[in-house]
Design a protein around this ligand. Structure first.
Ligand code: TRP
Length: 454
């Protein structure tokens, strides 16, 4: 099979694919509400620091492992450390991809449903909480709605499978080249709409002037966890995309582009959301409901609001799709490389299984509404295992592996080759060997304490 491996046909293809993986629900749905609950600009400052100290070095590290070995996460660790248990880190990554995609697809499915809700029209007299509840299947007097959430989860998984089955160049690269520019244009239209609203100033004020009184230890944990999730780190997604890089691309530069694009788009998403939320007198700290309950209510009050709502949920769905394909690609690449499966078979069979694994979170608001794990519903439980445990553990072990087994110095040289615009210095070793592992351990421990102390 060596030599047959598909490669991105150019640098832009890779950057857009990796940025497409990174930019997703994490940027447009999660980032604004986490920032909103943590004091706006104050959070952003801390977040930027964690992106530089933890996100960028980890991005480089995963890309380097992939480019060096030209393999999926399991194969990559096997190639770097034969006859050792390190491949289990790759296996954890593949498993995590499975888990994340199963519930990510459920939330992305809600977003798809909302494209059609917006086409149906958002009007000020609507009850947006009820609209959200019927979308996720809560029984609001008309019986448990099992079909709606399952249907959109299925549609979203089918789109994801279709792209992955078509291959790296004809599937992933072709689609991200269309979808990423669309995403940027939609986002900019929404920003222009939001900042020109009467009263938008209050939102800009909240977003841009730091309020450090809201900052606690929790803010730092949230910032680090957000960095991992938003950059698609800790489970080998970036590693897998890096494995389709050819020798002549410089990782230090490409990693900079991907981190920059992801961070830029998250911050721009805030400009689309906060001015609108404030202009109409809503709460910025509304939490996860910000996107699906608060924003439609905001759109309902705007001239041509249903149209902008339609654009917004289209944007969210596109962003989710380019992320979901990177999750399925990890699982598919493992089966293709390690088990010799045909690509289409890997995509379809795994797509079906992941759909099935996603049924419990999809039905967590009706049939499985009684489920509770430490007070969390099914979807939050999946999310907790992935984000509070699997990603940090995967990231920690990857950092330790590259820092001490491969050797930070070698990874650094590899990432700088061939020489590009960014030259990674020895600070890389310091970060990957000490700062990153320590930060992750702190997040892991405090995250666990936080969850179990209720
Ligand atoms: N980064 C994506 C987002 O922000 C989600 C995602 C895609 C992801 N692939 C991942 C998260 C791998 C963790 C690991 O929505």
């Amino acid at each position: 099979m060596i030599g047959d491996r598909e490669h991105w046909t150019n640098r832009l293809g890779f950057i857009l694919a990796a940025a497409g993986s990174a930019v997703g629900l994490g940027n447009i749905w999660r980032f604004p509400f986490v920032a909103g609950m943590n004091g706006g600009a104050a959070f952003i400052i801390i977040y930027l620091i964690t992106i530089i100290l933890i996100g960028y070095p980890m991005m480089i590290t995963e890309m380097a492992l992939g480019k060096k070995t030209q393999k999926n996460p399991v194969g990559a660790f096997k190639a770097m450390a034969p006859n050792s248990p390190w491949w289990l880190v790759g296996a954890l990554g593949v498993f995590t991809g499975f888990v994340i995609l199963s519930y990510y697809s459920v939330v992305a499915g809600w977003s798809l449903a909302y494209i059609f809700r917006a086409i149906g029209g958002f009007t000020p007299d609507m009850d947006f909480a009820s609209l959200f509840y019927t979308t996720i299947g809560v029984d609001i007097g008309d019986g448990p709605n099992v079909i709606t959430p399952l249907f959109w989860h299925l549609v979203f998984m089918a789109l994801t499978v279709g792209i992955i089955a078509s291959g790296v160049v004809k599937g992933i690269q072709r689609w991200v080249k269309i979808l990423m520019p669309v995403l940027l244009i939609l986002l900019l239209i929404l920003v222009v709409r939001a900042v020109t609203l009467p009263g938008a100033g209050a939102g800009l004020e909240f977003y841009l002037s730091p309020d450090f009184s809201e900052v606690t230890g929790r803010t730092f944990l949230d910032a680090i966890a957000q960095s991992f999730f938003t950059l698609s780190l800790g489970m080998g997604a970036i590693l897998t995309y890096g494995s389709y890089l050819s020798k002549d691309t410089t990782i230090s530069d490409n990693g900079g582009w991907v981190v920059g694009l992801d961070t830029g788009i998250a911050i721009i998403a805030g400009f689309a959301i906060f001015p609108a939320v404030f202009a109409l007198g809503f709460e910025p700290g509304a939490g996860p409901g910000l996107t699906f309950i608060t924003l439609p209510a905001v759109f309902a009050e705007l001239p041509a609001g249903s149209f902008f709502g339609f654009l917004f949920f289209l944007l969210l769905s596109v962003a989710a799709l380019t992320s979901a394909i990177s999750l399925l690609e990890v699982v598919a690449a493992w089966l293709i490389d390690e088990k010799g499966w045909a690509r289409s078979r890997a995509a379809i069979v795994m797509g079906i299984i992941i759909f099935l694994v996603g049924i419990p979170p999809s039905l967590g608001y009706n049939l499985l509404g009684g489920f509770s794990f430490l007070g969390m519903d099914v979807l939050d439980t999946y999310d907790w295992f992935a984000n509070a445990l699997f990603l940090p553990i995967g990231g920690l072990l990857t950092a330790i592996f590259v820092g001490y087994v491969w050797q930070a110095k070698k990874a650094q040289e590899f990432a700088n080759d061939p020489p590009g615009a960014i030259n990674i210095g020895d600070w890389y070793g310091l970060l990957i060997k000490y700062v990153v592992p320590l930060a992750i351990i702190v997040v892991l421990i405090f995250g666990l304490i936080d969850t179990f102390s209720g």
